[in-house]
Design a protein around this ligand. Sequence first.
Ligand SMILES: Cc1cc2nc3c(=O)[nH]c(=O)nc-3n(C[C@H](O)[C@H](O)[C@H](O)COP(=O)(O)OP(=O)(O)OC[C@H]3O[C@@H](n4cnc5c(N)ncnc54)[C@H](O)[C@@H]3O)c2cc1C
Length: 462
Amino acid sequence: MASETRRVAVVGGGITGLAAAHAAVSGAEPCGPDVHYVVVFEASDRVGGKILTTAFAGNSAIDEGADAFLARVPWGTALARAVGLGDQLVSPAASRAAVLWDELHTIPEALLLGLPTEVLALARSSLLSWRGKFRAASEPFRRRTSIAPDSLGTFVRARFGDQVHLRLVDPLVGSIYAADTDRFSLAAVPQIADLASSSRSILLAGRKAKASAVAASGPIFYTPSGGMGMLTTAIAEAIASAGGEVRTNAPVTELAADGAGWRVNGERFDSVVLASPAATAAKLLSSVAPDSARTLATIPTADVAIVCLAVPVTDWPSRLDGLSGYLVPKPKQHLVTAVSFGSQKWTQWHVDDSVVLRVSLGRDGLPVLQLTDEQVTAAAIDEVSLHLGVSLQPSHVRISRWPAAFPQYRPHHSELVAEATRTLPAGLVLAGASYHGIGIPACIRSGIEGAARAGNRQALAH
Ligand SMILES: Cc1cc2nc3c(=O)[nH]c(=O)nc-3n(C[C@H](O)[C@H](O)[C@H](O)COP(=O)(O)OP(=O)(O)OC[C@H]3O[C@@H](n4cnc5c(N)ncnc54)[C@H](O)[C@@H]3O)c2cc1C
């Protein structure tokens, strides 16, 4: 007997929505063959969301948003391979980064997201004062620290002191999440949270975790040779060839109950994966799941601006060759939080006679998008010139504005997400950067798991 056609709508054509749709149409585990028809509704005129690759300074493919994904967890690499990009994945040519504290200091070795795992490596670094180093080295002798407050900053300060927090962990983790880690969830950074919940001394437990990470061979980051946009384009093409539909310029404005299923912009579906940011999901859910909507609407976000500069190679100091970039710790920030030396980090970003810099401005608590383009450009050029002790005269400038781009996981974020999910009616699924991790592999995982729930009658009939 032919099984009835099961229809799934996916709201949002970012990496999460695309991963969800791809998982559903390809019928692989954990989705299985239950879903028969998938439509991705994307509000804008392109797929990719926070992934956008465009031309800059004569190079056809330089990322405006995310520029790589973590290779040491499976989801990004597996999806890239599944859509035929396995042999196009490249890793950074330069991986040595620095922290700006009056001058540039190379980041010490043997760190786990900024946490020291080797006292000697820390002792050799010029980034911390001797007082800061002694305070950090006393970590194994301290009593266990409670994880109950769920604040990354509070936890790291208690274990290692203010210098490790302000000069290492906050810049490293803060630059990933555009966060102020004093008001960021510890549980949202699993590499640190797992150590914190299982061990008294993070330094000693971190040493073991670091040793197994080093033993795991292979690159830490990957990106397709044609930029991250190559990945989202390839996924969208794979969805279409497997019989799914990806509609751009198709904002979802209606989500309503329709018998046992759901009506999306006038069409009936059995289930819906909400893969748009939490604020949009909250609007769509306001009449069908008001409790979830109210909870989701409380998730804050941070804006950032990314300024790309092409600087004549003749003006570039040779002492910076081989560095991938640097981070600016909170006490030293005006607007710039991090600078990637893009064309040193990625060989495919090569631009004739220039060095390409990617300057990040703004974070949680440091607004930037109220400024004009001229002000943002001036801040990027002036601050980086000051940091590096050179007068940058870029030949090309590009500004990318990313409003509300980084969901902020405040302490106890996971409880808030659990509450929003618990009050969601059957047939509706949340997925994406607002919930269980903002990195691309975490978004892909969330999309795949969302598709599995959307395609599974039993799981949804809760
Ligand atoms: C500047 C920047 C740099 C980053 N760098 C990295 C990095 O190097 N590595 C990494 O792992 N992560 C990085 N990230 C984070 C990562 O890119 C994002 O967390 C991830 O791409 C989010 O994917 P998503 O699909 O969940 O959301 P989004 O990309 O936001 O996609 C959601 C989509 O939903 C659409 N939408 C919204 N409302 C509606 C509606 N009503 N109807 C239909 N569609 C709708 C939007 O148009 C959008 O396309 C970066 C993020 C930014 C902003």
